[in-house]
Ligand binder design. Structure first.
Ligand SMILES: *Cc1c(COP(=O)(O)O)cnc(C)c1O
Length: 470
């Protein structure tokens, strides 16, 4: 399969090349030249498959001719063996015809494990074949870093460097990263904010001359195609469990960079009957403003109770726009240069197409706390603040109550104990409920940590990386 850039001006790449590539040379994102699609009969024949067997069916067409069936089976098996629940992505019912899809059963308790466990093993396989070693470099404000580290810690051909803003991630999030003591894992606490971390990563990708000979950087952020691809699987899995493809299913997705929900859109394009796709945002609501009012403008970052969705611009939205603009790279180039001013407007036709595909909703912190409490009182089920936004958005925008609504649960509530405690503070001020960490993490707070604090200076960071790789 060939992959092309959304800006139409970069060489087409093979699957393996695209996994290693990150951004295209024209600044665009890679997408498949032709999306595979499945008939209803074929999808129906997958009912009852295990998560892993279903993942094989969905992913195989993308890697056909490059990765053998046996190797793909092996990569998928390794990717999901560390999940705590045998269903991998279990469904829990929270209301009549409303379900939560628990995507937090992986090692770091957030849905990013689905993509990053897979990506780590995939990269290691590709690199072994090419007899190549790479350095993964990323910046994190929380969930991505730990999921990337867990995905790469056992990889022979990868060293991983994750920058987080010193003193500005939660203790659970920091410890999930810094207590991984593998030799190929390097945590850097940068004396700056998340933007400083991200800018440093971007600059390092632009000029990689600081690396030892023969090394290259690989990005594992959500623009990596393999991450999106791995996330398509659970849309099929949930639908099949709820009577699909014979009946349509709807999904509500807590959205930041538009990676997760874009995978849902792809599942639909590949033949899965999906009725509604709900974009759920927190106060960082650029996507909701865009869909509801054609206002795609950059606002200041707002720190919310759902920090993994605190973004100003959703990078994967460009992949959707590429489709909506008839896959004309020149149109996307024009839009993106318009957006350099901080704002852009979509064509009316494009906007109405987008509205036919997606509903959208925005929730502030107070309403996030309210829905956590409401669902807990109704059903005894504890939502994390990200998932809560999805559930509230689903309830507010739902059109057909006889279509099952699946709310993607993107994190375990124990990752965000402060929000839960606030939400369940009872009228008399006492808290009855504190979400417990799963047993494999019970000793997280006493484990040994390892990380290096560096000043906010690119030369220091480069020197550190260079020495570590020597
Ligand atoms: C990353 C993340 C999101 C947002 O996912 P996108 O693919 O960036 O839209 C939502 N919830 C949690 C818990 C996350 O870690």
């Amino acid at each position: 399969m060939k992959f092309i850039s959304t800006r139409g001006d970069a060489p087409a790449l093979s699957f393996e090349e695209v996994v290693l590539a990150g951004l295209a040379s024209d600044g665009g994102l890679y997408v498949p030249e032709l999306l595979p699609s499945f008939s209803q009969t074929e999808i129906a024949s997958w009912a009852g498959l295990s998560y892993q067997d279903l993942a094989f069916k969905v992913i195989q067409p993308f890697v056909d001719g490059e990765i053998s069936d046996a190797d793909l089976t092996d990569i998928i098996a390794k990717a999901y063996e560390g999940f705590r629940h045998p269903a991998i992505a279990p469904l829990v019912q929270t209301d009549h015809n409303e379900w939560v899809l628990e995507l937090f059963q992986g090692p770091t308790l957030a849905f990013k494990d689905f993509a990053l466990q897979f990506l780590g093993h995939l990269l290691d396989f590709i690199l072994a074949k090419r007899q190549q070693k790479v350095a993964v470099l990323g910046a994190t404000s929380g969930d991505t870093g730990s999921a990337a580290i867990e995905g790469c810690r056992r990889c022979d051909n990868i060293d991983i460097f994750i920058l987080h803003p010193d003193q500005r991630v939660s203790e659970v999030q920091r410890r999930q990263m810094t207590t991984v003591l593998a030799d190929n894992v390097f945590n850097i606490a940068l004396q700056g904010n998340f933007d400083d971390c991200q800018n440093m990563v971007k600059a390092s990708f632009r000029d990689q001359s600081f690396l030892p000979d023969g090394r290259q950087l690989v990005a594992v952020n959500s623009i990596n195609w393999a991450r999106i691809m791995a996330q398509i699987v659970y849309y099929f899995y949930a639908s099949l469990a709820l009577g699909g493809p014979h009946r349509p299913v709807s999904f509500a997705v807590p959205t930041g960079n538009f990676g997760d929900i874009f995978a849902g859109y792809l599942a639909k394009q590949m033949g899965l009957p999906i009725e509604q796709l709900v974009i759920a945002t927190n106060a960082n609501d650029i996507l909701h403003r865009c869909i509801s009012a054609n206002d795609h403008s950059k606002h200041a970052l707002h720190q919310s109770l759902s920090p993994s969705m605190d973004i100003m611009v959703s990078s994967n939205f460009e992949r959707l726009l590429f489709d909506l603009y008839g896959r004309q790279g020149a149109e996307i180039q024009r839009l993106m240069s318009e957006f350099e001013s901080g704002t852009m407007r979509l064509d009316e036709k494009v906007l109405s197409h987008a509205r036919s595909l997606f509903s959208s909703y925005r929730l502030d912190d107070a309403d996030t706390l309210a829905i956590i409490r409401q669902v807990y009182e109704e059903s005894g089920y504890l939502l994390d603040p990200h998932t809560a936004i999805g559930v509230a958005a689903a309830r507010a925008t739902r059109r057909q109550h006889d279509t099952p609504m699946v709310c993607l649960a993107t994190a375990h509530p124990a990752k965000f104990p402060d929000a839960i405690t606030q939400a369940l503070q009872s009228v008399d001020g006492t808290t009855a409920v504190e979400p417990a960490l799963p047993s494999h993490m019970h000793d997280l707070f006493v484990r040994e940590e390892r990380y290096t604090v560096l000043e906010n200076d690119i030369a220091s960071v480069h020197e550190f990386i260079n020495q570590a790789l020597d």
